[in-house]
Design a protein around this ligand. Structure first.
Ligand code: B1M
Length: 219
């Protein structure tokens, strides 16, 4: 079987050592780093996201797949840097103020990275000012807000309101978390709602593909 196909499979099943060997082999066979990412790693993470969405795999399997992808990426990154290749899109993500849950947020960050975004993870208990400062600094295309407690849903609404009212560059906002819904997203004026990490990757890609995002001049 073709090395690229084997690498795809190694990442999907979370075989980190296999992913390392196959990444080196793919490069030695003349594949470029970008080609390895586009043909093996990104499709692998898309498959992982889809399986997670359909409850065919769960958090542990997703974490080992992410570790395998990270192993492969660590071998590819020096080549990308040398070639001056950087991710096309940037996303910021954080759990809103008052909320310390980060497992779901971390999975979304993993999927966004696996989809090719540069992700700045602000962590948990992030204030509206914390999001705004990060938007001004990193000029992201997408901002992700996570809330897992019903009691922190108002903080999510407040964060979105503060972002919109600020003078920070325009961004698309995706929200998610167990108590959050499409209806809530519409009520507070978010650009998208995602029920799980796989859907969050799909939504982020949809938003950047829909355009209007790169209209803002970036550094
Ligand atoms: Co807490 N906790 N917790 N907790 N905790 C819940 C959420 C709870 C449902 C438990 C319960 O009562 N049955 C309940 C919330 C009730 C409610 O609000 N309706 C609860 C409570 C009440 C609390 C405390 C208040 C308990 C207390 O101290 N009295 C306290 C609050 C602390 C705080 O945040 N201020 C608390 C604390 C904690 C721990 C610190 C102990 C720990 C968190 C550890 C950590 O995250 N590092 C914890 C945990 C682990 C849980 C449970 C057990 C698991 C949450 C989790 O990680 N789920 C949870 C009960 C449960 O769910 N069984 C519970 C797995 C994760 C993958 O799912 O986060 O939903 P989830 O993420 C999903 C989607 O929601 C979505 O994608 C993810 C992957 O599919 N998603 C997004 C999430 N963010 C997204 C963002 C997106 C898009 C999709 O776009 C940006």
């Amino acid at each position: 079987m073709e090395t690229i196909k084997l690498l795809y499979k190694a990442v999907v099943v979370g075989n980190s050592s296999g992913a390392a060997v196959l990444t080196k082999r793919a490069l030695s066979e003349g594949n470029g780093a970008e080609e390895v990412i586009d043909r093996a790693l990104m499709p692998a993470m898309a498959t992982v996201g889809e399986k997670f969405k359909n409850s065919q795999i769960f958090v542990p399997e997703m974490l080992v797949a992410a570790r395998a992808m990270k192993t492969a990426m660590s071998l590819l990154e020096p080549r990308l840097l040398a070639a001056g290749v950087t991710p096309k899109h940037t996303a910021i993500i954080g759990t809103v103020e008052g909320d310390l849950h980060d497992i779901g947020k971390n999975l979304v960050a993993i999927m966004w990275r696996g989809t090719g975004f540069r992700v700045i993870d602000l962590g948990v208990n992030v204030t509206p000012a914390g999001f705004i400062t990060a938007i001004e600094e990193h000029l992201p295309d997408i901002v992700g807000l996570s809330a897992v407690l019903t009691t922190t849903m108002p903080a999510m609404a407040g964060t979105l309101k503060a972002i919109r009212a600020s003078n920070c560059p325009p961004v698309k906002v995706i929200i998610g978390g167990a108590p959050v819904s499409q209806q809530f997203a519409e009520a507070i004026g978010a650009d998208a709602y995602a029920a799980d990490a796989g859907s969050a990757a799909d939504k982020a890609l949809e938003l950047v593909a829909a355009g209007g995002i790169s209209a803002f001049p970036r550094r």
